[in-house]
Design a protein around this ligand. Structure first.
Ligand code: NAD
Length: 381
């Protein structure tokens, strides 16, 4: 069996799906590994490192695509790459099956088996494969570093002979995986941190990091969705959050916003008035930009300055920390591979709930009912 490691082609992508350190257990099972030249360069892994780990290097991407039986990727393959895939190949990556299912149609038809890292169920057995959490951790950290870099102020309180400088005030909206990492990072830099989330359960975690949790009375509406996620709120309940956010923005130097509801556009929580209430020079990082953004002024991927307030809307912050983002992702991928590769052979058992949950299509047939519906294809299973 041949496993291929490709150089990612999405603009700005620097991560790689597997690092040389990940290959040992695969090679020990007799799996041949071919790496596209330069695949790991931005993530600190040279072609020589892969060769030393037992892989072969190729500059011929098309022939690697045509011969690989197993393709762990970071991003979904491009349309051109999809048409060159070996029929029967198993592809694993952030495939965006719910956002852009039609973009996978050519791959499904080869036929292929596709697993999406976004769809790995968040159950305890699959925690070591939870790539969304890995990337959210990196993004939450980097969002605060980016804000600190842009802020014309210091983060920590400083008591100097020239006087005392007060600490920066950071407001984190959405205290999930990315938000909690943003809180921890801002606290380490010495900021005073406040945080808001609709899930009351987040309060304890926020307080344990030394931040203040801001509660909103949602008028008895339950904000808890399934699996520890938030539910989509009514406009009236959202408005209560928006009012709190506008009030808190007025005394915040930095806002990092991360609020998301799975499978839905990001809730619009930050009004223009909140941005205009901030001091010029303040920074807002909208980590929900890939899902449309939490701020009504956000333009995904575009940096703006609005009345002196810098609004960042990054689409791929983990790619700005390629070494550790790749390291975490590669470990998630390796743990996932352990479910589908037994003694060097592919063995896909969709009775396993982790595989069934993550499977977009198996041998050319859509498996995930939501994806199948989006593709307007009837599921056979
Ligand atoms: P996410 O990215 O979907 O959302 C980020 C945060 O935004 C969440 O905390 C959510 O409550 C919040 N949010 C949504 N709508 C909001 C609104 N209108 N106002 C304010 N905040 C809003 O979530 P995530 O970070 O991926 O994870 C969220 C939850 O899932 C957490 O409870 C986390 O502990 C849990 N989780 C469990 C596992 C596991 O069991 N393996 C893994 C990861 C996360």
């Amino acid at each position: 069996m041949l496993l291929g490691i490709l150089k990612e082609t999405a603009p700005g992508e620097t991560r790689v799906a597997l690092l040389p350190e990940s290959l040992k257990s695969l090679i020990a099972q007799g799996i041949a590994i071919t790496v596209e030249s330069g695949a790991g360069l931005a993530a600190g892994a040279s072609d020589r490192d892969y060769v030393d780990a037992g892989a072969i290097i190729t500059t011929n991407r098309a022939s690697l695509l045509a011969s690989a039986d197993l393709l762990p990727l970071v991003n979904a393959p491009s349309a051109g790459d999809q048409s060159g895939l070996k029929p029967g190949v198993v592809v694993i990556g952030f495939l965006k099956p719910l956002d852009a299912p039609h973009a996978l149609a050519a791959a499904i038809a080869r036929p292929t088996t596709l697993f999406s890292m976004e769809l790995v169920p968040r159950i305890s057995r699959a925690q070591s494969m939870d790539a969304l959490s890995s990337m959210a951790t990196v993004a939450g950290y980097k969002a605060v570093i980016a804000a600190a870099d842009r802020l014309p102020r210091l983060f920590p309180m400083l008591m100097t002979a020239a006087g005392t400088i007060p600490p920066a005030r950071v407001f984190v909206i959405g205290a999930g995986v990315a938000g909690l990492q943003a809180i921890a990072t801002a606290r380490r830099l010495g900021a005073v941190v406040e945080a808001y989330d609709v899930r009351a359960a987040a309060g304890e975690q926020v307080r344990s990091l030394g931040a203040k949790f801001l509660d909103v009375d949602l008028g008895g509406i339950s904000a808890e969705g399934g699996g520890g996620y938030a539910a989509e709120l009514t406009e009236e309940a959202l408005d209560r959050g928006r009012d709190l956010i506008t009030r808190t923005a007025a005394h915040s130097d930095v806002i990092v916003t991360t609020a998301q509801v799975p499978g839905r556009p990001a809730p619009r929580l930050i009004r223009r008035a909140a941005i205009e209430a901030m001091r010029p020079g303040s920074v807002l990082v909208d980590l929900a930009a890939p899902a449309g953004g939490n701020c009504e002024l956000t333009k995904p991927g575009i940096e703006q300055t609005i009345k002196g307030v810098v609004l960042l809307a990054p689409l791929n912050l983990p790619a700005e920390v390629p070494v550790h983002a790749s390291q975490l992702y590669a470990r998630n991928i390796l743990n996932f591979l352990a479910l589908i590769v037994k003694k060097g052979e592919l063995s896909v058992d969709l009775a396993d709930e982790v595989l069934a949950g993550a499977c977009v299509a198996h041998n050319g047939t859509p498996v995930n009912p939501r994806v199948a519906k989006l593709l307007e294809v009837a599921t056979t299973g």
